[in-house]
Design a binder for this molecule. Sequence first.
Ligand code: PGA
Length: 256
Amino acid sequence: MNRVRKPLIAGNWKMNLGGSKGVDFAKECVQIARACPGVDVAVFPPSTVLARVAEVASGSSLHVGGQNLHEKDHGAFTGEVSGPMIAETGSTWVLVGHSERRQYFGETDDSVRAKTESALRAGLVPIVCVGETLLEREAGRTLDVVERQVLAVREVLAQHPRPLAIAYEPVWAIGTGKVAGPAEAEEVHAAIRAWLSSRDPGLGNWTRILYGGSVKADNAAALLGCANIDGALIGGASLDAASFGAIARAAQALTA
Ligand code: PGA
């Protein structure tokens, strides 16, 4: 971590904690955010419960965001949710291009760019997710793949000078218990920052680059201790107040 950038600890609930369970859990997340003032704590609930979670978080330091958005603002797109609709719930963030969206729902670099534009148009802060598959890593193509994914959105991000975030999530580490080692992750994070900085030093300096993929309470501190890792995007371990809170506190301790 680097003192210039406030650490960001983000919980991606995926298709879990809909309804009142999500609302109750959000109350615990408000307490976690309150206990960690040096950290931005954010949760990404399913869209069915987004408005209610945003209401719970309102007036607190907990940030709330959607997990996905459609690239158009409105129209005949059955089943989809747009950036303005997410903003109307009181949410201020959105995940874009998560690997599960790329893998199972056909999202491409082009659609991720369009969704990033749409998020920024709606006034939302996007967390753009990038990362290589196991096959790509084994073929030695990690940096090529991640560079292509970052360059697909770089121009859009450069035109919106405000705190933005990218999440580096190696696909092989998501939900598998396999975590990239701190040095392995840091190499990719440093490369991402260099690609952003070469377009605009401010963009490189201010963009928070999160690591994601099997982050748990016991590996968070080592990852967050790396110079270019500014936070974490957490799936499984964000569904439990004890583990999510422990990760947020690990980030808070590093700001002291
Ligand atoms: P995981 O998920 O922490 O369960 O590996 C991370 C993510 O998909 O954002």
